[in-house]
Write a protein that binds this ligand. Structure first.
Ligand SMILES: NC(=O)c1ccc[n+]([C@@H]2O[C@H](COP(=O)([O-])OP(=O)(O)OC[C@H]3O[C@@H](n4cnc5c(N)ncnc54)[C@H](OP(=O)(O)O)[C@@H]3O)[C@@H](O)[C@H]2O)c1
Length: 297
C-alpha cells in the first residue's frame, strides 16, 4: 500500500520510519528540504508538492504544527486538495481545532474521498514503536479501509463518525496534562522558595493520588536540561485551541486560560523551541528576577 506523510517534525519523522519498518511503501513531503533528504536515506521517497503526494498515494497522513500549517497544505498552491481523487483518504493526526477538520472534511467528501480525524497520544519515541493511542473520528468504512496503516502506528479508539469529536477529546486531555505540569511546577517552586529539598515533596506525592503523575514527570520538570520531544510553543497552541473550542460552546475555562498565558509568556521569553517541561524552569526562575528597589507609578 502506498502511504504519504506530510510533516517530518519530531512526530512525523518517527511515524514515517515506523511505516517503512512495517513494510509500507512510504512517500513524503516536508516544507523544508533537509529533513526530506535525510529520510530519503531511510527508504522514504520524497515528492515535490502535497498535490503530488495525493496523486501518488492512496492515503496521506498529515502531522504538522497547527491549523495554519494544515490550511496551507490543503488549500495552498499545489496543495493536497488539487490531487484528491475518489477513494483517496486524508488522515489528520496533527493537533488542530475541530473547526478546521470539519471544514476540510466537507471539501474532501465532496470529492468522494475519506477524511479521518486522528489526533494521537504519545511522543516521538512512542510513535517510533508504533504504540500511539489514536483517537479517531470518521466514517466507519474509511477507518476500516485504513485499519492496517493506523494499526501500524498504534491502537485505534474510534469514538465517533462525527468529525470534530476526536479532536475535542484530544484537546481535553492535552489541556489537562499541560496545565497540570504548570501547577506541579508552581508547587515545586513554592517548596524551593522556602529552601526545602524538593525530593521531600516528591516523596509525599509518591504516597498520594498524584503518585503516577509525579513518577512520570517530576524529574523531567526538575532537570536543568531535557531534549525536546514536544515543543513548549506547541503546548501553548494546544491550550489556546482547547480554550477556544470550549469557549465556543459557552464553557468557561478559567484555569486553562491562565495556563495558556503562562506558556505563551514562556514562549515569548525564548522557551518556545524547548521541551514543554521547561515551563518549570521558567516559573521557578521568575522568583529570581531582579526585584525593583522601590515601587513608583
Ligand atoms: N511532539 C509530541 O510529543 C506530540 C505528541 C502528540 C501530538 N503532537 C502534535 O503533532 C503535531 C506535530 O508535532 P511535532 O512535535 O512533530 O512538531 P514539530 O517537530 O515542530 O514539526 C512540525 C512540522 O510541521 C511542519 N510545518 C509547520 N508549519 C508549516 C507550514 N506552514 N506549512 C507546512 N509545514 C509546516 C514543519 O515543517 P518544517 O520542518 O519545514 O518546519 C514540521 O514538519 C503538532 O500538532 C503537535 O501538537 C505532538
Amino acid at each position: 500500500m502506498k502511504v504519504g506523510i506530510i510533516g517530518l517534525g519530531n512526530m512525523g519523522y518517527s511515524m514515517a520510519l515506523r511505516l517503512v519498518e512495517k513494510g509500507f511503501n512510504v512517500y513524503a513531503w516536508n516544507r523544508s528540504r533537509e529533513k526530506l533528504e535525510r529520510i530519503a536515506r531511510e527508504g522514504v521517497k520524497p515528492v515535490e508538492t502535497p498535490r503530488d503526494l495525493a496523486l501518488t498515494t492512496d492515503t496521506v497522513i498529515v502531522m504538522v504544527s497547527d491549523d495554519e500549517a494544515l490550511r496551507e497544505i490543503v488549500y495552498g498552491f499545489n496543495g493536497l486538495l488539487k490531487g484528491v481523487k475518489p477513494g483517496f483518504t486524508l488522515i489528520n493526526t496533527s493537533t488542530t481545532t475541530p473547526f478546521i477538520d470539519k471544514e476540510i472534511s466537507t471539501k474532501i467528501e465532496l470529492e468522494d474521498a475519506c477524511f479521518i480525524e486522528a489526533p494521537v497520544l504519545g511522543g516521538p519515541r512512542v510513535a517510533r514503536r508504533g504504540e500511539l493511542l489514536i483517537i479517531a473520528s470518521g466514517r466507519k468504512h474509511c477507518i476500516e479501509k485504513n485499519k492496517l496503516v493506523l494499526e501500524a502506528l498504534g491502537k485505534i479508539m474510534h469514538v465517533s463518525e462525527r468529525i470534530g469529536e476526536a479532536m475535542v477529546l484530544k484537546l481535553a486531555f492535552n489541556t489537562l496534562l499541560i496545565s497540570s505540569l504548570e501547577l506541579l511546577s508552581e508547587t515545586i517552586g513554592l517548596v524551593e522558595s522556602w529552601g526545602i529539598n524538593p525530593e521531600y515533596f516528591a516523596e509525599i506525592l509518591s504516597k498520594t493520588v498524584f503518585a503516577a503523575f509525579a513518577k512520570k514527570y517530576y524529574s523531567r520538570l526538575l532537570a536543568e536540561e531535557y531534549p525536546t520531544s514536544f515543543k513548549l510553543s506547541l503546548a501553548a497552541k494546544d491550550l489556546e485551541y482547547g480554550l477556544k473550542t470550549g469557549n465556543y460552546k459557552g464553557q468557561p475555562l478559567p484555569l486553562i486560560a491562565t495556563a495558556t498565558q503562562m506558556y505563551k509568556l514562556a514562549s515569548l521569553y525564548g522557551y518556545g523551541g524547548e521541551d514543554y517541561s521547561r515551563i518549570s524552569l521558567f516559573i521557578r526562575r521568575l522568583r529570581k528576577w531582579p526585584q525593583p528597589k522601590e515601587y513608583t507609578l
